[in-house]
Design a binder for this molecule. Structure first.
Ligand code: SF4
Length: 114
């Protein structure tokens, strides 16, 4: 059976349709990410004592029975990454409405993958 070839004008039309779809989707994705980042940036910053004996500076937890040197929010499994100025997200349910400090710590700390 002879191979069926797509006429060049049909192939070109398909290519242009795909390119238009990708071109339209990329800026929309950027708007979505920008909004999400901005929304996270607008969250209040946790204060000492927010929950689980949270402190913005892990060295302030040196005398806490659960604290071990080297533990900090930015190496905790709940840390989602910096949003701005050393502050970032925490997936722990008691911290989902605030930003926590990368150098902070709380008693819910769980060592993350490094
Ligand atoms: S759970 Fe982890 S990231 Fe969240 S505040 Fe506590 S130590 Fe920081």
């Amino acid at each position: 059976m002879p191979e069926k070839k797509t006429p060049p004008c049909v192939a070109r039309r398909r290519f242009l349709r795909s390119a238009l779809a990708v071109g339209a989707a990329v800026p929309l994705a950027g708007v979505g990410l920008g909004s999400a980042a901005r929304a996270a940036e607008d969250l209040p910053r946790a204060e000492d004592g927010h929950a689980w004996d949270y402190v913005n500076d892990a060295s302030d937890a040196a005398d806490h029975e659960a604290y071990e040197p080297g533990q900090a929010c930015d190496n905790c499994i709940f840390w989602t990454g910096e949003v701005a100025d050393g502050w970032g997200g925490c997936q722990h349910p008691d911290f989902e409405d605030v930003l926590v400090n990368a150098d902070g710590w709380c008693a819910a700390y769980v060592e993350g993958a490094t």
